[in-house]
Design a protein around this ligand. Structure first.
Ligand SMILES: N[C@@H](CCC(=O)N[C@@H](CS)C(=O)NCC(=O)O)C(=O)O
Length: 231
């Protein structure tokens, strides 16, 4: 039986995006199921994924689990050849720490700039807490590159789960035109160019009109298409 993956609104659910990328980006077959967050359909879908209550959730056939980090680890166990984590132990440790910190942190950034793949916003001043989150991101991204000898585009060498975890952050930096260094901006561009990121955004754009409940009341601008890759 193919794995089944429960997901929320693709334009707004950063955790769903991470979950989907963990399959799509690593060529692990899965049947996605979408439902709108907060809807009766969502409640009905989640009954099929019990005991999970949040998305992403996966039915592996023999067991059903929720939580993006648990899903990443379970996929790495079931598909060791897929490259979910780097092979070198130290690089793997760094990647796991990155994903874990994303999973439990960056709340100010997440609250101030909810992920929105449907629309982009005119830049506005960021407060100290968001600025501190951005500085921390840059610090751990630079640290990962140093330890993993990665000169790009990804943090730990080849694309791994840590990069999937930061894809929605890249979307926020791009969509809200947040102030970051050139190195961080190049990492954001790598995500915007990534075919899997783009496929997920296409799914989001095809998902009916924007949902005011999830979007900010702030002046819009065109979505920042990625710059061509420098060769
Ligand atoms: N820690 C969880 C967070 C998942 C999460 O908060 N998902 C939200 C959507 S982005 C959700 O399912 N909300 C539905 C609800 O709480 O009813 C993970 O890493 O997967």
């Amino acid at each position: 039986m193919a794995y089944e993956l429960a997901l929320g609104d693709p334009g707004y659910s950063g955790w769903s995006m991470r979950g989907w990328l963990l399959f799509e980006r690593f060529n692990i077959p899965v049947t996605p199921r979408f439902a709108r967050l907060g809807s009766e359909d969502f409640k009905a879908m989640m009954l099929d994924f019990a005991p999970a209550r949040s998305v992403p959730a996966v039915n592996f056939g023999d067991v059903t689990i929720a939580d993006s980090l648990a899903i990443a680890e379970e996929l790495a166990s079931r598909h060791p050849e897929a490259g979910i984590w780097p092979k070198a132990p130290a690089h793997r440790a760094v990647a796991r720490a990155l994903a874990a910190e994303m999973h439990s942190g960056f709340l100010s950034l997440r609250r101030a700039c909810p992920m929105d793949l449907r629309e982009a916003f005119v830049a506005r001043p960021v407060d100290d807490a968001v600025r501190a989150n951005l500085q921390r991101l840059e610090y751990i991204w630079d640290h990962a590159r140093r330890i993993c000898n990665s000169d790009g585009p990804w943090l730990c060498g080849d694309y791994c789960a840590a990069d999937a975890f930061f894809a929605p952050v890249a979307a926020r930096i791009a969509g809200f035109d947040l102030p970051v260094s050139d190195r961080a901006a190049a990492y954001v561009q790598a995500h915007l160019r990534d075919p899997s990121f783009r496929r997920w955004r296409e799914i989001a754009l095809a998902d009916g009109p924007p949902r005011p409940k999830f979007t900010l009341d702030h002046p819009r601008r065109a979505w920042p298409d990625p710059t061509p890759e420098q060769t």
